[in-house]
Design a protein around this ligand. Structure first.
Ligand SMILES: *Cc1c(COP(=O)(O)O)cnc(C)c1O
Length: 224
């Protein structure tokens, strides 16, 4: 028996993908997109808005309701957090208090509460962003003091693996961590925790281990 979440949301990762192809995905019914680079994302989001508006009252516009939403999934520098806090439905890559405080300040100034995920470095890789599993609880306690942020769950990128089965223990670890934190009252105040894990090569394994948000680029848009 394997736990499978009742619903899984798909973030279509559109980094390097031209806006016209994003518009095709919107016309096909996709509403949630993920971007890694702030400047690319800002340009794409406003160009997509233009494209959809130009489509007039026809099919394309009808297909665009509700409006597309964007998740930020890349490494974020604190000095870029104003743009991120204003443009994105969610920032999935909060991994340090300084960034969180900066996002919270800009979200508050914009009069919004920003949903975020804490990025966890489950593989303990030195070159990878993400907070160490052992430091997650402390970070969650500090984030609870920032009412302009709403911590919805965790995101992870396990170490690169040829065989998706090699990623399974990392996905399982993230889920266990979320369950532990929820038990301690540190996570899950806004519904069941979100677990953003799984990409083109391993999203099936991730879902078997409890992912309810998957980030898929190549399998949708083709090779970059
Ligand atoms: C690029 C990227 C993805 C999508 O990867 P694919 O292998 O193309 O599906 C998912 N998550 C993050 C953080 C990424 O940078």
């Amino acid at each position: 028996y394997r736990y499978v979440p009742a619903t899984v949301s798909l973030v279509a990762v559109s980094k390097t993908v031209p806006v016209e192809r994003v518009a095709e995905a919107v016309a096909a019914g996709q509403r949630l997109f993920g971007e890694n680079y702030l400047q690319e994302a800002e340009e794409k989001i406003s160009r997509l808005e233009q494209l959809l508006a130009q489509a007039g009252p026809g099919a394309a516009q009808a297909a665009a309701s509700p409006a597309p939403a964007w998740h930020f999934i890349g490494h974020l520098q604190s000095n870029k957090s104003k743009a991120a806090a204003g443009r994105f439905a969610m920032v999935e890559t909060v991994d340090r208090l300084k960034l969180a405080k900066s996002l919270a300040r800009h979200a508050a100034a914009a009069g919004r509460v920003l949903p975020v995920l804490v990025q966890v470095n489950v593989g303990g890789e030195e070159q990878k962003s993400g907070v160490a599993p052992a430091a997650v609880a402390d970070l969650l306690r500090a984030l609870a003091e920032l009412p302009a942020l709403r911590v919805m769950g965790f995101m992870t990128m396990p170490p690169f693996a040829v065989d998706p089965e090699q990623s399974r223990p990392h996905f399982a670890r993230l889920r266990q961590l979320a369950e532990e934190c929820a038990r301690q009252g540190l996570l899950g105040r806004h519904g069941p925790p979100l677990l953003s894990m799984g990409m083109s090569a391993d999203f099936e394994v991730a879902i078997e281990e409890g992912a309810n948000l998957v980030r898929v680029g190549t399998a949708i848009f083709g090779p970059r």
